[in-house]
Every structure is written in structure tokens, then in C-alpha cells.
Design a binder for this molecule. Sequence first.
Ligand SMILES: Nc1ncnc2c1ncn2[C@@H]1O[C@H](COP(=O)(O)OP(=O)(O)OP(=O)(O)O)[C@@H](O)[C@H]1O
Length: 244
Amino acid sequence: MRLTDLEVRFGATTALAGVDLTVAAGERVAVVGASGAGKSTLLGVLNGSVPPTAGSVRVLGADPAGLRGPALRRLRARTGTVHQHLELVGPLRVVHNVNAGRLGTWSAARALRSLVQPQGLDDVRTALDRVGLADRMFERTDRLSGGQRQRVALARLLVQRPELVLADEPASALDPALADQALELLAGLAADRGGALLACLHDPALALRHCDRVVGLTDGRVTLDAPASALTVAGLERFYGVVR
Ligand SMILES: Nc1ncnc2c1ncn2[C@@H]1O[C@H](COP(=O)(O)OP(=O)(O)OP(=O)(O)O)[C@@H](O)[C@H]1O
């Protein structure tokens, strides 16, 4: 994917400005920066949910803002996002939220049928097993804890099998062991399809353990772009302005 001189404004607020960024297939990129720096907006541009105000965007060979109808649907099916607020439907059972990862490739009829008689149960069970939730498949999603819901969102991505994996603080509600597991899973998912992973991470140690490149934003601009091997946890904490 390639962003050139990208700008995103929301009214009087400039969320991103002059962003030039190229990410190659197979790269694992941590996106870091203080709250409000523009991290979620950057992922939104890449998955086509945030239209840029200026600049050019190429994602998997296409410009998401320039696509409509089936072409946009196809691109979205190849791009998987773990949203910061997860975007799960609370009253639905876990199986339905996981199967939402396949809506981009299912017909409307199959999606509707699946609400009555869940489809693809083997894949759902395998995905839930990998996030340690196989026994919660038929539970209402809003009965789960925050960390369990975060893992349902990961399972949804596992059944989607996207090429480009975008994750917005995918481990914020997980304990350290589960956070490592989640990042391994996301990196493995991208690698399976030969794609890249971009993950907004607030934990510098997690970023350095699981990513090979770190891109830092300050007030909507790229102010850091370095291999993880050249960075330290203390250096990244200083970047965030964390005071110990
Ligand atoms: N839909 C929106 N409408 C108006 N302003 C927005 C919108 N989305 C983001 N912004 C603004 O754009 C800027 C960047 O926001 P963004 O959510 O991308 O930051 P972030 O780095 O992801 O922050 P956090 O770590 O707190 O999630 C902020 O000033 C925010 O208030």
C-alpha cells in the first residue's frame, strides 16, 4: 500500500497532513503515537471508511475512495480490520459475529440464512478455538467480558482471511500473555496470505516484540519511521511522552 501526500480534515481539525507511507507485502508495522495523533484515521483511510481530503491512496492495487458497489466490496473482503470499538453486535450470538467476517464473500441470501441456521460452523469453531473461546460459540456476545469480545473480533478476522490486516489497539483489553497471542495470530494471518499487518499499539514493548517497523505519528504527521531493531522500549515511551 502507498499513501502519497495524504491529508484528512474533519471540519476545522486536521487529522492527517502530508503523510507519505509505503508498506510492502509481508511487513509488520506498528503505528504509534499519542491519543489524537491520527492513528485510527490512518487505518480508516486504508480500509476505505475515511475519505481523504487530499493526496493519493493505493491499497492492494486500488484506490478505496474511487471504488463503488461490487469492486469496493471485493476490496473490503481482502482488507480485514479489528476496530478500536470492535463493532460487534451485542445481542447476536458469538457465531454470528464471527461469521460477519465472511459477509464480503457471501450472497445476501446466504447471510440471511445464516442468521437462522449458522453456516460454516467448522471454520467458526476452529477460529474460536484459536482464540480460546470454542465453548462460547452460541453465547450472546454482550454476555462476554471486554477481553473475550476482543477475541471474538479476532476470530471474525480469522474466518475472513484478509490479505491486508489492520488492527486498532487489538490487545488493549487483554492480559500480557493473551496480548502476545493476539499479535502472533494477526501477524500469522497476514503472513498466510502474503500481506502486511498495520497495528496501532499503545504498548511499546508489544510493538517491538511483534513488528519489524515502527511508524510514529505526531499531530497527524509521520515523525518516526524506523526498523524495530533500531528502537528501544524507553525510546518509544519517550515518543509517547510517557513519564515513569
Ligand atoms: N469522525 C470525526 N469527526 C471529527 N473529528 C475526528 C473524527 N475522527 C477523528 N477526529 C479527530 O481527528 C484527530 C485524530 O483522531 P484519531 O482517532 O485518528 O486519533 P488516534 O491517534 O487514533 O487517537 P486514540 O489513540 O485516542 O484512539 C483527533 O483530533 C480527533 O478528534
